[in-house]
Design a binder for this molecule. Sequence first.
Ligand code: SF4
Length: 358
Amino acid sequence: MTTRREPGNSLDQDRAATPAPVIEAKGLKKHFPVDTGVIAALVRRGPPRTVKAIDGVDVSVSSRSIFGLVGESGCGKSTLGMTLVRLYEPTAGRIFLSGEEVTHIHGDGLQQFRRRAQIIFQDPYGSLNPRLTVGEAVEEPLKIHGIGDRAERAVRVVESLERVNLQPRHFLHRYPHELSGGQRQRAVIARTLVLKPDFVVADEPISMLDVSIRAGILDLLEMLSKDLGLGVLYVSHDISTVRYVCDRVAIMYLGVFVEHGETDEVIDYPAHPYTQALMAAVPIADPTATRRRVELPGEVPTPIDIPSGCRFRTRCPCVMDICSRVAPPWQEVNPGHHVVCHLYQSSVTPTRLAKEAR
Ligand code: SF4
């Protein structure tokens, strides 16, 4: 039996079964104005246009867990991560850290928040200052936040490097150009951990690394999450790494979530046509295995001009008349597994539909 939910109230339902969220956002939006120049404003006809990078997302990440965020390039994954850690000012919605609202804090409050909410970027080469040794780079956030004297900071730097399996005596005095990609990313993670954050956004942290060292970084993230009680938002377009490391996953399309649930459940029984297409594109490491192909026609619409009704309707192989007129509500297709799609309001059993689509 399906459960109707209002769009936007996507993740609240599992709260009873999971620890209190370390970070939580409600109705989060981030719109970027376009045509902002004087000439553009003069020649523009109609109201100002905006890129709706995030357009009403509810998300909740618990401590000691890794929440995966999957979607095509340009769907808003990284913007969501950067908005959650207040690198972007939200256009609308609310953000809470450990239950305390941080949506519009400034000054000292924002500086405190930055200690507790950190981000690891995709590019370990661009994330480290080439003029600083690893030890200086890891110590830098402590200096910026005025934490400890020189001796105390040295102890924390050594602890942080040991946590990421970089032997301090070998790496403290090395420069970034002397490190491999994996060692650089470990140094970046050490710099993140030195502030003892509660929440970390890992924005495609392994996509620029050799395949041979990716598993080591993922294992490290998982270990840190469990040992230090971190809540991690893991942003990726790689389904296999999401399955490897994430407890829960959300699928994002054109600025909103379209499906979420336990990672294995969503990957094994994708319900939304978009998720099904993503899963169908994942290679299977078995030459005898076959999988139903799902091809999506057309391109992702521009986030300036989002389609009416269901925003996936211009590419959906299952599109129906209602899809262009009415935005679909959230449905629970299996316990804890939610999807926003009109297919699951029909008399067809949702679980059967999802299994047939595999
Ligand atoms: Fe496709 Fe309609 Fe479902 Fe959107 S609501 S995913 S267009 S079937």
